[in-house]
Design a protein around this ligand. Structure first.
Ligand code: NOJ
Ligand code: NOJ
Length: 711
């Protein structure tokens, strides 16, 4: 009994902590986090009772030799390793989809495969029995989330709204709503799925969104039942404490619909969202669509172009100009570049060490992703130098079991050290980035947020020492020791006084296989400094998180343009405020402390919560290849009559030329005015004639508009 009381008291203390914490642990500002990606089945077996559950028996391989079966890792296993994660500096975990998956193994790439990875959903409202318990209950999930939060770790779930399970085998795409059968692919009479066959051309906007990905039953999110089901499922995950979402295959689920998904989620509860938009580089034919999506949807992206450059440069023999070029291009295109997720490898590609079994290079790549602009994500096992090179290390050999949980590896300590720096020096979280010195082997770059500076120097050569002269930095004059204390070979730096943020560093030798980190954390000032705002678009009444420094400890004022907002909480580095009733449009948000006003940050005020509407325009003006029809209209959601490629809504899709359609998220209950325009390949804009079209958006559900182009 006494023990019980003690435990209860401890529990209540924990609860009071938890109720105080939300002030400083908002998720909408994720830039100070260090993420760790876990394939739950391959991480740690915390409960052998769920290894071979009856409803899906025979899919477990205790010998861990069949890579296409379950191996025993589960939610209790993640919970058991929370201290290990915390001591590595991990502040957020991204776990594979935890929801109930297909109960059979189905052919994948010609081989029977069990859904140990979680991407073959059958019930988005229950927990997979191999991860939790045989009743598909939430208990283990809740326990894991509570344990994560008690350790200061946020939980991001992988969420795959694009599809259920395979449409041509096993359970034929069947899915359930908390145990109640909804439908399957072959006998779909109500349009729950798209029936267009597999994607053949991954550069075709219509195919990527409306065809199936590898025979995975492709959900039709414009169907009211599917729309509601997916949004309710996401909200249910939030009710179970999740702090964020990694959306699977965002390139393949209807783009416009995902704006309303993100809006539903951020309206319900503070959350951080990022998506998997797979692309090789910034020359990808859909690259432009990817940054438009990231800039407007409220969903950040995994930085695949940078990932490829990182692999070419650190694992391969690419020159640093490759990384520099990607950063320059992306930084010009992505409005919220500090929210992009930077990573070295993941479950869909060879592990870094399978490409190049060189720990020096791995350490350099780790240091790079933790200091370059963006939020770092470390794939599980990287800190243990995990890799299996069978078949070159491709899927599934990139998903081995954790070999152990040593806390003394160099990588483990490095991740911890740089995670700490991200918390203590917000130049890493919020700072601009600038290349300061570069050759084929050397990259020296600076992150800067007001007067906070982090300067990183990398020499990836195994043999060449480079003399670095002519290096300028924003670090104030002085002498700096390596923040990594020589762990990766770095030494000190002396900086002299210069002008205009260009302080000359005394020339020095950068040895082979070196990463040095020099940093300066500015003392407190009285002018507030904003580094982050999230969500970046929302309607009146939604709470937004403003992250930064020097807000002070006394509640001041937050303004959207000139309108004062209600402040919900205020700490020196994080403010929560409520979007006031303001006309839809773009605003500058500022923080006032005493008489000092901060820098401004962009915010888009929506007219109302977003509802996905499918707009069709028939018989649109003749177009030639490269010409597209776009939608534009009188609200910010419809771009306020913008007529540029990056601004107007579109391009629209034309599987039935000359009719065009597009699913677009627009403000609930509002009467909107709109028109269709042609943007020709050469940029010339042609408006349709006549009066504006007008439509009153429903207050819930989905909607359809069908009009003719006005000649
Ligand atoms: C991308 C995921 O990362 C991959 O592992 C999965 O197979 C596909 N999407 C389909 O869900
Ligand atoms: C923008 C206007 O505001 C809209 O009403 C009009 O239809 C188009 N331009 C075309 O002139």
């Amino acid at each position: 009994m006494r023990n019980f009381l003690r435990k209860t008291a401890a529990f209540f203390c924990l609860m009071c902590l938890v109720s105080i914490l939300p002030l400083s642990v908002r998720s909408a500002d994720f830039k100070r986090e260090t993420i760790y990606q876990i394939i739950t089945d391959r991480f740690y077996n915390g409960n052998t009772a769920n290894d071979n559950p009856s409803q899906s028996s025979g899919l477990f391989d205790a010998t861990q030799s069949n890579w296409r079966l379950y191996w025993g890792g589960d939610l209790q296993g993640i919970q058991a390793k929370m201290t290990y994660l915390k001591n590595m500096g991990i502040t957020a975990i991204w776990i594979s989809p935890p929801i109930d998956n297909l109960n059979l193994s189905v052919p994948f790439a010609g081989q029977p495969t069990a859904p140990y990875h979680g991407y073959q959903g059958r019930d988005f409202k229950r927990i997979e029995e191999h991860s939790g318990d045989s009743t598909n209950a939430w208990t283990d999930f809740d326990n894991m989330v509570n344990s994560a939060h008690a350790n200061g770790i946020k939980v991001i779930v992988d969420f795959a709204p694009n599809h259920t399970n395979q449409d041509d085998a096993g359970e034929f795409g069947a899915f359930y709503n908390n145990g109640v059968y909804v439908g399957n692919y072959p006998s779909d009479t109500t349009g729950l799925f798209h029936h267009n066959g597999n994607i053949a051309n991954f550069d075709d906007r219509y195919q990527v969104q409306y065809y199936s990905l590898f025979n995975l039953a492709d959900l039709n999110q414009e169907n009211a039942t599917v729309d509601q089901y997916l949004k309710d499922s996401a909200i249910l995950l939030q009710a179970h404490g999740v702090d964020g979402f990694r959306f699977d295959a965002v390139k393949h689920a209807t783009w416009g619909w995902q704006y309303s998904l993100a809006n539903t989620i951020s309206t319900n509860k503070d959350s951080f969202m990022f998506g998997e938009w797979y692309q090789g580089n910034t020359s990808d034919p859909l690259y432009r669509d990817s940054y438009k999506f990231a800039n407007k949807s409220g969903i950040s992206l995994l930085d695949f172009p940078l990932n490829q450059a990182i692999r070419n440069v650190f694992a391969g023999s690419g020159n640093f100009s490759e990384i520099d070029n990607v950063l320059n291009t992306e930084n010009a295109n992505f409005t919220w570049k500090e929210d992009l997720i930077t990573f070295i490898d993941n479950h869909d590609m060879k592990r870094f060490l399978s490409v190049n079994n060189n720990n020096n290079r791995l350490h350099q790549a780790i240091a790079f992703v933790q200091t370059v602009r963006g939020i770092p994500c470390i794939y599980y096992g990287t800190e243990q130098y995990l890799h299996n090179d069978t078949n070159g290390g491709d899927d599934p050999y990139n998903r081995p079991a954790m070999p152990g949980f040593s806390t003394t590896t160099t990588a483990y300590g490095l991740i911890k050290k740089l995670s700490d720096l991200r918390k203590s020096n917000v130049a890493l979280a919020y700072g601009t980035s600038q290349q300061r010195w570069m050759n084929n082997d050397v990259y020296i770059y600076e992150r800067k947020f007001f007067n906070n500076v982090v300067l990183v120097a990398i020499n990836k050569s195994a043999s060449s020492t480079y003399n670095i002269s002519g290096l300028n930095t924003s670090l104030p004059a002085g002498t700096y020791s390596d923040y990594l204390t020589g762990t990766l070979g770095g030494g000190g730096l002396t900086v002299n006084t210069g002008t205009g943020g260009n302080n000359p560093a005394v020339s020095f030798n950068l040895n082979p296989n070196t990463v040095a980190v020099w940093q300066y954390t500015a003392p407190a000032v009285t002018t507030p400094q904003i580094g982050s705002l999230g969500p970046t678009s929302a309607q009146a009444g939604v709470k937004v998180t403003i992250g930064g420094k020097n807000f002070g400890t006394t509640t001041g004022t937050v303004k959207f343009g000139t309108t004062v907002a209600t402040v919900n909480s205020w700490t020196n580095d994080s403010i929560v405020a409520t979007v006031p009733a303001i006309t839809n449009g773009n605003y500058n948000v500022t923080v006032t402390r005493g008489t000092s006003v901060s820098n401004g940050i962009n915010f888009t005020a929506l007219g109302a919560k977003l509802i996905p509407i499918t707009f069709t325009v028939n018989n649109a003006t003749p177009t030639s290849p490269g010409d597209y029809i776009f939608l534009t209209g009188n609200t910010v959601e419809l771009s306020n009559w913008n007529t540029t490629w990056d601004g107007a809504v579109g391009p629209m899709l034309t599987p039935n030329y000359p009719n065009w359609f597009l699913n677009v998220s627009v403000p609930a209950g509002q009467t909107i005015q709109f028109k269709f325009i042609k943007i020709a390949a050469n940029g010339t804009v042609t408006w349709e004639n006549g009066a504006n079209h007008s439509y009153t958006v429903p207050t819930s559900g989905v909607g359809f508009v069908n009009v003719n182009w006005q000649y």
